[in-house]
Design a protein around this ligand. Structure first.
Ligand code: NDP
Length: 388
């Protein structure tokens, strides 16, 4: 029988919801490109309910306990003596979400002799030391595509929010004011602007598709070019590198994974090459942008705005400069954890567990590490220092 250790974010401050804003969510059976949404044998939750917090338990308890397995759920993940550290010692499976990452470091993996499976309930397994997972023959899997569209929608929202100066104008209303000039002195139309994405994978391409109807000029850079018909359909301008692209843009959105090529990419030097007044949106990973360079560029006015939902570390400390810098539209790490996305990644987590517990293959597109090497999506998207 397996012990499954699940690290989830805390419940809402006023308790686990007993009612929701809407009665249902749309049913999504497949994603752009044809990949099917998760297909577990069954689910024990109501799609549209809060599943990603501790009491939501990703809807897994009944399924696991009925089969005699143990489920431990906690939000206490950091520091020596955390529940996560204690329970990890004899856990067979760890489940974690990028929004509230349980950092599976090499040291922790060394202290988890029974650990065989690490599931990311979401996308992005950079909180797992993949070299250590490979060395200890731990399978790492994530629910590929489950929240890519959720993030793309968040990106479009943040671009519009910054360019139109939405959040400050909303604050004027909340404060009882009506000074139109205060609201519009930093407000522009997106129409006609040049918008570039660093990476045009699942999220980046979905952002481009959603922005196309705004009559903007779209740019992208990626390690591989998109098919010519997609470039033509969306009128895309391709650039060899981010450095080549960003000087042409009014808005830049980052949609690449964090790895050695992208870590610290938006440093003081690259930001200095951007036009004064550019908006930068980063929902990929915080460390792709230099924390202090972003803060400084907003204070000097070189960047007109910065928004995103990714921080380092997470949760971000109360004195993190991105909480108080001017003209930002940051949220906590939430773009991929809408109630709609939760239903998909809870179902995907269940599907992965069903396969693993039955000894049947996990979908190739969900695999990051398997059999002591990068596998599936991991072999395409991730790099390690371990030869594979
Ligand atoms: P994909 O794997 O579909 O796309 C990533 C793209 O990045 C690929 O096209 C890849 O190119 C490209 N790429 C990699 N390195 C570079 C580089 N140095 N320069 C330019 N392009 C590069 O991933 P997704 O679109 O689904 O997700 C992207 C990232 O978004 C994730 O890695 C994750 O970090 C983040 N994310 C954030 C979420 C949130 O809640 N904020 C939720 C989900 C994801 P190629 O394949 O050609 O090598």
């Amino acid at each position: 029988m397996a012990k499954v250790l699940c690290v989830l974010y805390d419940d809402p401050a006023d308790g686990y919801p007993t009612a929701y804003a809407r009665d249902d969510i749309p049913r999504i059976d497949s994603y752009p490109g044809g990949q099917t949404a998760p297909t577990p044998a069954g689910i024990d939750f109501t799609p549209g309910h809060l599943l990603g917090s501790v009491s939501g338990e990703l809807g897994l308890r009944r399924f696991l306990e009925a089969a005699g397995h143990t489920l431990v759920v906690t939000s206490d993940k950091d520091g020596d003596g955390s529940v996560f550290d204690r329970e990890l010692a004899d856990a067979d499976v760890v489940i974690s979400q990028p929004f509230w990452p349980a950092y599976l470091t090499a040291d922790r993996i060394a202290r988890a002799p029974k650990l065989k499976l690490a599931i990311t309930a979401g996308i992005g397994s950079d909180h797992v030391d993949l070299d250590a997972a490979i060395a200890h023959d731990i399978t790492v899997a994530e629910v590929t595509y489950c929240n890519s569209i959720s993030v793309a929608e968040h990106v479009v929202m943040m671009i519009l929010g910054l360019v139109r100066n939405y959040l400050p104008a909303h604050q004027v209303v909340r404060d009882g004011g009506w000074n139109i000039a205060d609201c519009v002195a930093r407000s522009y139309d997106l129409e006609g602007m040049h918008i570039g994405t660093v990476a045009a994978g699942r999220i980046g391409l979905a952002v481009l598709r959603r922005l196309h109807p705004f009559d903007v000029q779209l740019h992208y850079t990626d390690r591989h070019r998109l098919p010519a018909e997609v470039e033509n359909e969306l009128g895309l301008i391709w650039h060899e590198s981010a450095a080549d692209m960003v000087p042409h843009c009014d808005v830049v959105t980052v949609n690449a994974p964090l790895h050695p090529e992208t870590e610290g990419l938006f440093d003081e030097k690259l930001i200095a090459t951007m036009k004064r007044g550019t908006y930068l949106i980063n929902t990929a990973r915080a460390r792709i942008a230099d924390r202090d360079a972003v803060d400084q560029a907003l204070r000097s006015g070189h960047l007109a705005g910065y928004a995103g939902d990714v921080w380092y570390p997470q949760p971000a400390p109360a004195d993190h400069p991105w909480r108080s810098m001017p003209h930002h539209g940051m949220t906590p790490h939430i773009s991929g954890s809408s109630l709609s996305a939760q239903a998909r990644y809870a179902a995907g987590t269940r599907e992965i567990l069903e396969n693993w517990l039955a000894g049947t293959p996990i979908r190739d597109e969900y695999l990051i590490v398997d059999g002591g090497a990068l596998a599936g999506t991991g072999a395409h998207s991730y790099s390690t220092t371990t030869p594979s």
